[in-house]
Design a protein around this ligand. Structure first.
Ligand code: GTP
Ligand code: MG
Length: 431
């Protein structure tokens, strides 16, 4: 279909590495569980313990890891103040209007978007197993606003993978309410952040980073060692226009675009960049300066979505109607996508699979210890059987060797008996 589908299916997508690693580790565990089953039936057959000599608990542990493994996803969470464009950024990444977007306080609880099978989306709220079908964005928005949900509650949106191919790549997007909404930040972090691989701070390019945003990330980095944080200076298009207005009087706006506007924009961008880098390095200490400079972007989520939707509709000029300079913002967004995908897949492989790898190694170690123990038990049994067999053999040999004398003494006994019988007979005849 459109560009989005092609892009998301890009075979060189960094996200593919996660899928490859997941497949490799899944096969390794499959192999391990087959070896465990073999060991179990062998030990049961050898009658070395009713539970297959302790293999059962290893089988159980391996099955649990396999279950967790099948659910593993790359998780990216978005935070920032109300109306900065968190939901808009996720929609732009998904090439579609999936999450409700609007002025004022729109997202009122945590919303996770993952890929679902089938052609229709559905919702799961909190721990309830009830699936609510979502056919449209309006329906979703209505469903969310009518629920009176606690802000830290999680609504899981299963959106058709066929509509957003990025969702077929095992990515989970987590949208949040504004960090300025008197939130119970610690609760949020415990419930939604501890297993996130990447955090995206969506800031408003028209202002600077606010304390509410900074504090939130300080708390995150207290709980997670060196979280991966990206900063999106969103609404860069709006900053652009306001600067243009400053560029001159009415009617001279065109001149502003070419002269004062871009220079001023450059200065503002430089200022944001320096502050954002300082925040990531000096204040949060989550990364070095070199990496930090690749973690800050100047974008317009609204424009990216507009552009992408129009491209899907095969518009001849998808950028029509967008503010001047949109191409650079679009490119910056694409750069952000590339970098965050790389970071996401390598972080997820590292944090999620390394743990399984370690657990798998422990199972293998315990299995080999168990087999070694059983092996020595088997050797002992074999030795006992060998000794018993030896004793039987020598008794048999003894018996075989004694056979002639036994026969002779038997014959002797018989002849003695016959003699007795003979003398009885003659005695009887005489009498
Ligand atoms: P809450 O859910 O309320 O916390 O807000 P949010 O951060 O999810 O913001 P949302 O995506 O709902 O966007 C808020 C408003 O800003 C909407 O009207 C968007 O259309 C608009 N908006 C988002 N991104 C941009 C952008 O890059 N440029 C411009 N001009 N407007 C934007
Ligand atoms: Mg929102």
């Amino acid at each position: 279909s459109g560009n989005g589908a092609r892009e998301a299916r890009d075979p060189s997508s960094p996200l593919k590495r996660f899928a490859q690693a997941k497949d490799a580790i899944r096969r390794a565990f499959q192999h391990l569980s087959e070896r465990l089953a073999e060991s179990q039936s062998f030990l049961q057959a050898a009658q070395l313990g009713s539970d297959g000599g302790g293999v059962s608990s290893l089988v159980q542990r391996t099955q649990e890891i396999q279950k967790v493994l099948s659910r593993d996803r790359m998780k990216v969470a978005f935070f920032g103040r109300t109306s900065n464009g968190k939901s808009s950024v996720i929609n732009a990444l998904l090439h579609g209007r999936v999450l409700p977007v609007g002025i004022g306080h729109t997202t009122n609880c945590f919303c996770s978007v993952v890929g679902g099978e089938g052609s229709e989306g559905y919702l799961l709220i909190g721990d309830s197993p009830e699936k609510r079908s979502v056919k449209s964005l309006q329906q979703l928005a209505h469903s969310l606003s009518s629920q009176h949900l606690d802000p830290s509650e999680l609504v899981r949106i299963f959106w058709p993978k066929t509509k957003c191919p990025l969702l077929a790549e095992d990515v989970e997007f987590v949208d949040s309410p504004g960090v300025d909404m008197n939130a119970n930040i610690d609760d949020w972090i415990t419930k939604h952040c501890l297993d996130a691989d990447v955090f995206v701070l969506v800031s408003n390019a028209e202002s600077t980073l606010m304390n509410a945003e900074k504090n939130f990330f300080h708390r995150v980095s207290e709980r997670i060692s060196k979280p991966n944080v990206f900063i999106l200076n969103n609404r860069w298009d709006a900053s652009d226009s306001s600067d243009l207005a400053e560029g001159g009087e009415e009617g001279e706006g065109g001149e502003g675009i070419d002269s004062a506007g871009p220079r001023l924009m450059e200065q503002v961008m430089q200022q944001h960049l320096e502050r954002d880098i300082k925040f990531l390095t000096g204040e949060l200490s989550v990364t070095d300066e070199q990496t930090a400079s690749h973690r800050v972007f100047f974008v317009s989520a609204k424009e990216v979505l507009h552009y992408r939707l129009r491209k899907h509709q095969r518009s001849a000029d998808p950028g029509q109607g967008l503010a001047p300079g949109y191409r650079a913002r679009l490119q910056n967004f694409e750069q952000f996508e590339r970098r965050f995908k790389e970071c996401l897949s390598s972080s997820a492989i590292h944090t999620k699979f390394e743990q399984h790898h370690k657990q798998g190694q422990t199972v293998v170690g315990e299995l080999s210890q168990l087999l070694a123990n059983q092996d020595s038990l088997l050797r002992q049994r074999r030795e006992e059987v060998r000794i018993e067999l030896g004793a039987c053999q020598s008794r048999a040999q003894q018996l075989a060797q004694n056979k002639p004398s036994l026969v002779a003494s038997g014959d002797h006994l018989v002849s003695m008996a016959m003699g007795q019988v003979g003398s009885f007979q003659s005695k009887a005849l005489r009498d």
